[in-house]
Design a protein around this ligand. Structure first.
Ligand code: GLC
Length: 652
């Protein structure tokens, strides 16, 4: 059962696509305080909170403050409050009550979950305008399904996007891309895609190609396609200001860029220097920008990633001139503690400055709305621009799309990757913990940069992260400029990496089936244990094991030098300790806590009772995996049937 309540005059986000009649009564469960612009609820001792999508910290969100405010911040440390996404759906579960809440507002919201007061959950709004949905159903999975029904079906990528992808900021030339493909093929490691980061463009201009580095781009795309490798270019939110650049000139002519109060176009800066931001909230601008993807689709491209769409702002022209003006006051001065910190604040506040997000406006449903009021739906609408265009341009086939920034509703148009993580062991754990929360909010096609984006990775971190990544739909190794190269063939134990990637490909029939069923039935692909075992108190506390689909549980190792780990089994299961898809130990294990030894090259999978894990012979490309000849692994001798999903992998 879902009921809708309204506070103030909410700005429509178009995240909910089902008409839920308005209930004019009091919002159940929550105490509303208009003077504090808050809703609050007391948290029982055993209450746990799940959801909020892509955020920091654990699966149980209790004990911290989470700001719903899409932010470009590459340091995802425990002390932060927001990442790139705003996904305001969560479930509170205790022995007294279990229900879901969706706070639908494009503006800023603060979720204080037992931080200020350990036994209180307070939601504080910057503007007290929101649609509130209360979702009640018997269990947590039912609540998620009810919620997902009203926000519409999740995006489905082409099947090749379940293969392995290699990325780097950046492969600078076509030859460098060829070399990556060659090296993977020489090593016999399966691969389906190679990503093109910002340097494929001509001076970071969207929908252009650097013709010197990537001559005859179209031929190059088809050359790679003949090798069954998909090239996936990045698209950034800012459009470079440059005379003669058609996207810029058209945007100006048609008046599709965001403007300031005085009607002047906002001048911000990102990779190309000065840019304008297309007004993705304006339907016409959205349509116009979406059509631009055709330029690359016509060259044979069938996948994209949308970036910097919070939007990230290096600086705005206006703020920068204010800073330059003030800097003079500090010149030649003896900077004491106060002056020095003021000076630091001044120069350190240039990027992603909160005031800059108040300097520009959108034309949203015919109304002029200041950006900060709709900040959280900007990236969503960039990806929607692409998704709506793909519906028109390629109605018969799927295009890969995932975005950095997101809001609920965007899950209909694309997936997400979790942005600029670091090559830290703690971020491998974070990746594990983010997956179920993303699924709750409708984002099924997701994953993080395997091996870590920022900082230098190590071979063992790469191995352990790959061992987890083989289960995430988006399975991409990506790293930042200036960090250690981390293509798998660069490490010592190439055969072990090859075996892991092959294991992924052997699992594709299962992962694809489970993904498609989750998409069609509004289910989650990744579940915390307590979602399936709601009365098992031990399962409540498990923050580092996940159920993946209906048949298996995984227990990834995310600590350096660990050669084993404690695993909690909520029921009897069959343990598989894989060294390769065709080389594994099996052991029937009983419910309870176990310490399981696992070498660096081994990955643990547990098959649930009465369930089936189908496995294929791996192939070097996802589309070549033969799903007619499967090996079925079961726990007991009389398993249930398994619903295997098959299709051509491309059509809608
Ligand atoms: C951003 C993206 C990252 C990309 C980089 C350069 O930091 O999050 O994935 O590599 O920009 O485009």
């Amino acid at each position: 059962m879902i009921t809708r309540y309204t506070i103030g005059n909410p700005i429509e986000t178009e995240s909910v696509i089902t008409d839920i009649p308005l209930d004019k009564g009091d919002i159940p469960f929550w105490t509303r305080k208009d003077d504090e612009k808050s809703l609050s609820i007391s948290l029982a001792e055993d209450a746990r909170v799940f959801g909020l999508g892509e955020t920091i910290r654990g699966i149980n969100k209790r004990g911290w403050v989470y700001d719903s405010n899409c932010t470009d911040d590459p340091v995802h440390s425990e002390d932060k409050h927001s990442l790139y996404a705003a996904q305001n759906f969560f479930i509170i579960s205790s022995s007294e009550q279990t229900f879901g809440t969706y706070i639908d507002t494009p503006g800023k919201v603060r979720f204080d979950i037992g931080y200020t007061e350990m036994d209180r959950f307070a939601i504080r709004f910057e503007d007290f305008d929101a649609d509130i949905y209360i979702i009640q159903a018997p269990g947590m999975v039912d609540i998620v399904k009810e919620f997902r029904k009203i926000i519409g079906k999740s995006y489905i990528p082409p099947k090749w996007a379940f293969g392995f992808g290699q990325s780097r900021w950046s492969y600078m030339t076509a030859d460098e891309v060829r070399e990556v493909a060659d090296k993977y093929e020489e090593a016999g490691i399966p691969i389906d895609s190679i990503y093109l980061d910002i340097d494929y463009m001509e001076r970071f201009k969207d929908f252009t190609i650097n013709a010197e580095a990537f001559p005859n781009f179209e031929e190059f795309v088809s050359e790679m396609k003949n090798r069954d490798i998909h090239l996936v270019p990045i698209i950034d939110a800012g459009v470079k200001i440059e005379d003669g650049y058609d996207v810029y000139e058209e945007g100006v002519e048609k008046d599709y860029f965001c403007k300031k109060e005085d009607g002047e176009r906002l001048v911000a800066a990102v990779w190309p220097g000065r840019v304008h931001f297309p007004d993705f909230l304006d339907e016409n601008a959205r349509k116009w920008f979406g059509e631009k993807y055709k330029i690359l689709i016509d060259k044979g491209i069938d996948g994209f990633w949308n970036d910097m769409n919070e939007p990230a702002i290096f600086y705005t022209e206006d703020h920068l001139s204010e800073v330059f003006e003030k800097i003079d006051d500090y010149k030649g001065k003896n900077l004491d503690i106060h002056d020095f910190f003021d000076f630091k604040d001044l120069t350190g506040s240039i990027s992603n400055n909160a005031e800059d997000y108040k300097r520009f406006y959108h034309n949203y449903h015919g109304k002029k709305i200041r950006h900060d009021k709709v900040h959280n739906i900007f990236g969503y609408n960039m990806t929607r621009a692409a998704g709506e265009a793909f519906d028109r341009l390629c109605p018969d086939r799927r295009i890969l799309m995932f975005s950095r920034s997101s809001y609920i509703g965007m899950h209909r148009y694309g997936g997400v990757w979790c942005g600029d993580n670091m090559s830290w062991w703690s971020h491998l754990l974070l990746n594990i913990q983010q997956m179920p929360a993303l699924n709750m909010c409708g984002f099924l096609y997701c994953g993080a940069d395997i091996g870590g984006f920022g900082a230098d990775t190590t071979e063992d971190l790469m191995m352990r992260w790959t061992e987890f990544g083989i289960f995430t739909p988006l399975f991409r190794n990506h790293s930042a400029l200036g960090t250690r190269r981390q293509e798998l063939y660069r490490f010592k134990n190439i055969p072990a990496f090859k075996k892991m990637i092959e294991l992924r490909y052997a699992l594709i029939p299962y992962l694809y089936s489970e993904f498609m069923k989750a998409a069609q039935e509004n289910d989650m692909l990744f579940k915390p244990l307590s979602f399936e075992y709601p009365t098992d108190k031990d399962a409540f506390e498990v923050e580092d094991q996940l159920l993946v689909g209906e048949s298996i549980m995984i227990a990834p190792i995310y600590k350096q030098n660990a050669r084993g780990r404690y695993v909690y089994l909520p029921e009897d299961m069959k343990m598989l300790r894989f060294r390769a898809y065709n080389d594994y130990d099996e052991d029937n294990m009983t419910v309870g806590h176990h310490y399981i030894k696992t070498s660096l090259e081994e990955v643990l999978v547990f098959v649930r009772k009465g369930h089936v894990l189908p496995m294929a012979e791996p192939a070097v490309r996802a589309m070549k995996v033969d799903d007619t000849n499967l090996n079925y692994i079961t726990f007991d001798t009389t398993p249930d049937t398994y619903r295997l999903y098959k299709d051509d992998g491309v059509s809608r």
